[in-house]
Ligand binder design. Structure first.
Ligand SMILES: [Zn+2]
Length: 476
């Protein structure tokens, strides 16, 4: 190798190193996440009274300001947490929809991150010296109380940005005016059935740089959000390949994302979505933590400015193609004749205990040729024999009485998919309990009509057997 070539190779190695150096902090954030995780919040149905003491306690910390910025319809205090002293104001608000709490949890992880003292100090210092961060965790505490999208007026806050009728909407608009935020992060959750494009992959994260006008034009304010999204999408491919989606760019004149952009804040919408075997979205919470801190770093370093904006439009659009379960080519009998159909199932969350807990109820979403849809779990039942499950004839006092006498899996294996309890109390039933639970005289139509919740057994020619109950597939 000639000296000039050696120099070129060394130069190239430096260039490659610089690229990896940029990726390094997201890598480290990902690896070290458990050190920062807020362990007092572990599931999605936490309430205002769970986070308020944590926020009030943060008032003691140096370099952190915690301020009550207003009250919800039902008089719950809404807080803003301020950190940093940089020239670039950044505003983040989470949970304007009460049942979309994933990012709120990540904000508390981020608060912890900034209190730690470790080898990520250079990243902390850089962010806090370049940016001033304004966080509003849980903008809709009344909705969170009921775990509903809307607030106590039953208004969707994200359709109130124009009229500003709800106090929560007024608060958010006032904070934008006060902070004059250059960047905004509009933090939501979406259903786990969204996919990133027409693929079987869930859209675990979906982005949008909302349009500021019906023509969906790209001005510098919106372009900055789109470029930042390009950078974040590239970073995420390492952790969730094919699972980053984009919302369509349609202009919604009443939504905060759109109007924030119009008001001059480069707004990034982030939707937390589904991920396999992550019902409480704790992995997606971790992704939020990495995304937001990586975004702060990109804003501080201005690396987003170099991203090709065309790549924003290459991110696959969200589609709703997923189900919890698809059973394909199932042979069933209807009115004396045999038919072969695919069946898709989803599970509804039925809440109890003042919306702090839930159980699942399965139902058929669609039937027929479902070749264009996907399931988190799928089974090809071609050649399998299907037997509808029976109700165990003996009635039990309650679930613990039943569990003392019987093993649920053995009951399933002997062809019974449902049991009757004289005192049916779903709050005692584990989330993925394998049997259907019925009351003393409760009607149960075990059939394959749309919206129904059939339970049945499948046996393959090679002797493999399965049960389907409550929209879940059980390997017997
Ligand atoms: Zn939302």
């Amino acid at each position: 190798m000639k000296p000039i070539q050696v120099l070129l190779v060394i130069g190239l190695m430096f260039a490659v190193n610089t690229i990896f150096a940029q990726a390094d902090s997201s890598d480290q954030l990902f690896k070290k996440y458990d050190n920062y995780r807020e362990k007092r919040i572990t599931h999605r149905r936490f309430k205002h009274h769970d986070i308020e003491p944590i926020l009030l306690n943060m008032k003691k910390l140096p370099n952190v300001e915690v301020e009550e910025i207003g009250r919800s319809v039902e008089n719950r205090a809404i807080y803003m947490v301020k950190m940093g002293s940089g020239k670039i104001p950044v505003l983040l608000w989470s949970q304007m929809h009460g049942d979309e709490p994933t990012a709120t949890q990540a904000l508390f992880d981020i608060f912890n991150f900034f209190q730690k003292d470790d080898e990520l100090n250079p990243l902390r210092d850089k962010i806090l010296s370049e940016l001033t961060l304004y966080f509003i965790p849980m903008l809709n505490p009344d909705g969170a109380e009921r775990f509903t999208r809307r607030n106590a007026l039953q208004i969707d806050i994200n359709r109130d940005a124009r009229r500003l009728e709800s106090p929560e909407s007024k608060i958010l608009k006032a904070m934008r005016e006060r902070t004059q935020a250059k960047f905004g992060f509009n933090l939501h959750d979406q259903q786990k059935y969204y996919t990133a494009g027409h693929h079987p992959y869930p859209a675990s994260i979906t982005f949008l740089a909302p349009a500021y006008n019906p023509a969906e034009d790209m001005n510098p304010v919106r372009a900055n959000a789109a470029k930042l999204i390009v950078q974040l999408n590239n970073m995420l491919q390492k952790y969730i390949p094919h699972s980053v989606g984009k919302w369509n760019d349609d202009f919604e004149p009443r939504a905060f994302g759109e109007l924030m952009t119009k008001w001059g804040t480069s707004t990034v919408l982030i939707e937390s979505g589904g991920y396999s075997d992550d019902p409480e979205r704790q992995f997606v919470r971790k992704l939020n933590f990495v995304i937001l801190l990586t975004a702060f770093e990109a804003i501080a370093d201005k690396t987003y400015e170099k991203q090709p904006i065309d790549d924003y439009f290459k991110i696959p659009l969200n589609e709703k193609m997923l189900n919890d379960l698809i059973i394909r080519r199932l042979k069933i009998k209807e009115k004396g004749r045999a038919y072969r159909m695919d069946f898709s199932f989803r599970q509804r969350e039925i809440q109890y205990a003042h919306a702090t807990k839930f159980y699942h109820r399965g139902y058929i979403v669609d039937k027929g040729d479902l070749v264009t849809f996907f399931g988190y779990k799928e089974l090809d039942a071609d050649g399998m024999t299907m037997t509808l499950g029976k109700i165990l004839p003996k009635k039990y006092r309650n679930l613990s009485h039943f569990l003392k006498k019987k093993n649920p899996m053995e009951v399933l294996k002997s062809g019974y998919t449902a049991i009757r309890l004289r005192k049916k109390d779903m709050t005692q039933v584990p989330l993925d309990f394998p049997l259907i639970i019925l009351g003393k005289n409760e009607n149960y139509r075990n059939d394959f009509r749309l919206g129904h919740n059939p339970s049945f057994l499948l046996k393959s020619t090679t002797g493999k057997s399965y049960a389907v109950t409550n929209g879940q597939l059980i390997n017997l």
